[in-house]
Design a protein around this ligand. Structure first.
Ligand code: GDG
Length: 519
């Protein structure tokens, strides 16, 4: 490899001739009926793929949009849930459609799930059992037995599709906690290289044990050759959990687990972002135009903080609002000078817990604005509509602080997006020690504990009072880290590990062969 920064092509080079199959709940492209009768987006007029009344939706930022160019460059297949209402209209009899629509580079293989499966597998087991347990909040678990049944059947549907799309030479890359059982189901049919990235935290054994199906989950995950997490701590937790079930041999020196005749390597690879893309957005005319309009529309103070998240109880939004209330209460000199912008997107609102959180956040913001607001100043600006990426970039760029204070978070990409968007490098990051990002970037952030309200308010003041030279020094350091550990470096590191594991196996296999020959 040269000293050039890794790109999507680097990954495809590392794969050599092996076919990459990505498996995720969300799909990179979805087809939706368009009430306005628009044509298929991306149709380049060549007559291919014209579909009246169907629109293609593409990912705006995030992991899916970062993986898409890799699969485009490497070729291969992406297996995902058919979530679009017009998906079936464009797929062939095997559930496949070539994407991107304008010049297909790989196959998207869609997995059909019934409404009952989606309810039980996605809204049920994934988000009401695994999500609270992995975020160390088992009291929020809803262990409805039908959830588990649907989770198993949905994992079976994904695994069946993967088996059809692979052979023993493929590299199958599962994404996330929706698919803990699929690797075992695939392993029963294929000797492919299986790997999985778990995007949320992995808890300690005491917490994990509260999940009634813990043995089945470990059995599924240990069918992978490589299991990856964001942080070293989650890897340690996973090794501890694996050590607690029968028939495993945990080898701490090589961070691997031998189970059912195979070895699973457990490694941390902190996910990064496409830093160049974020920087370009922040520098763009569109971002400037957005900001101009935004500033005119709202009564902002001269100093601005921003928070961006899905409305999820793990993100610590009510705890942050409590700290802000304490801040304005005990430091009246900051009233009319300091505005906090909360970008919060509705999420999983079919789950009562999430609807309640949304109502709580909205009423707390209203209360704070009533309590402290004046005719010319809004303490908290609440944005609940999806912002275009350039709008988000403008907020990141203009904010003096980003306040990222989850109660627990696997990584948190908003942290990295804020850093990459800092054109003047004077913004300060206020970061919860309970975010995965803290392991990597915590030293240059102002650290907070989401449940320590007075300490949190002090930290906001400390962040606002940092001298300019100190802000710049910290932000330059953060920027260097975010740029050098971007999403392509993340993928490259994993595929290098795949190569190393395979090389190790080849050496071991050759040595067994030699021993046989010499006998
Ligand atoms: C899970 C883990 C881990 C949000 N609102 C808008 C918008 N966003 C984008 C942000 C960011 C993404 O959503 C949120 O990513 P996070 O990483 O913060 O959080 P989760 O969704 O919980 O993700 C997390 C991640 O997986 C990856 O492994 O880091 O710990 O929980 O990219 O920018 N984007 C736009 N408009 C919005 O209004 N354009």
């Amino acid at each position: 490899m040269t000293g050039e920064p890794p790109t999507a092509e680097t990954v495809s080079t590392l794969l050599e001739d092996r076919e990459l199959v990505i498996v995720s709940n969300r799909q990179p492209y979805s087809h939706e009926y368009d009430d306005d009768g628009n044509d298929w987006e991306g149709d380049d007029g060549d007559g291919r793929g014209d579909r009246d009344g169907i629109t293609v939706q593409r990912p705006a930022g995030g992991l899916t949009s970062a993986l898409d160019p890799v699969v485009q460059s490497a070729g291969g297949t992406w297996v995902a849930w058919a979530s679009g209402d017009a998906d079936d209209e464009v797929t062939d009899e095997n559930g496949r459609v070539g994407v991107p629509p304008e010049s297909p580079a790989y196959d998207l293989r869609r997995v059909r799930l019934s409404d009952k499966q989606v309810d039980g597998y996605y809204y049920g087991y994934s988000n009401q059992v695994l999500w609270p347990i992995c975020h160390v909040d088992p009291a929020k678990m809803n262990a409805d037995s039908d959830f588990w049944k649907q989770y198993r059947s949905a994992n079976r549907a994904f695994a069946d599709a993967v088996v059809e799309e692979t052979d023993d030479e493929s590299v199958v890359w599962f994404q996330d906690y929706h698919l803990a059982l699929a690797p075992r189901m695939v392993r029963e049919e294929r000797d492919a290289f299986c790997m999985q990235f778990w995007h949320i935290p992995w808890p300690s054994w005491d917490t994990f044990q509260t999940c009634p199906q813990y043995e089945h989950l470990l059995d599924g995950l240990l069918a992978n050759d490589l299991l990856a997490f964001h942080t070293h701590r989650y890897c340690q937790n996973f090794l501890d959990c694996a050590a607690m079930i029968p028939d495993t041999m945990v080898d701490r020196a090589t961070r691997s687990i031998v189970y059912d005749g195979r070895r699973t390597f457990v490694r941390s690879f902190p996910l990064g972002i496409d830093a160049d893309y974020r920087r370009e957005l922040a520098d763009s005319e569109d971002a400037t135009a957005f900001w101009r309009e935004f500033r005119e529309r709202h009564d902002l103070g001269e100093t601005l903080a921003v928070g961006v998240e899905r409305l999820d109880y793990t993100k610590g939004i009510p705890e942050r609002l409590a700290a802000l209330e304490e801040f304005w209460e005990t430091r009246p000199e900051w009233r009319e000078r300091f505005t906090y912008v909360q970008k919060a997107s509705e999420s999983r609102s079919r789950i009562p817990e999430y609807r309640e959180l949304q109502a709580e956040v909205e009423s707390e913001i209203e209360r704070l604005n009533d309590r402290f607001g004046t005719d010319d100043w809004t303490p908290v600006v609440y944005l609940n509509k999806f912002l275009p990426p350039e709008g988000l970039a403008a907020l990141y760029r203009e904010a003096d602080l980003a306040i990222v204070s989850p109660r627990r978070d696997g990584m948190n990409l908003v942290v990295k997006e804020f850093v990459a968007s800092q054109v003047d490098e004077l913004g300060v990051l206020v970061l919860s020690e309970l975010a995965g990002a803290s392991e990597e970037l915590g030293d240059e952030a102002v650290s907070v504990h989401p449940h320590d309200t007075p300490g949190f308010a002090d930290a906001i003041e400390r962040a606002l009072s940092l001298p300019e030279s100190e802000r710049a020094r910290r932000m330059r350091d953060l920027g260097r880290q975010v740029r050098s550990n971007d999403v392509y470096a993340w993928m490259t590191a994993q595929f290098r590990t795949v190569e190393a594991i395979q090389r190790g196996r080849d050496v071991a296999a050759r040595s067994v062969q030699r021993q046989r020959y010499e006998q």
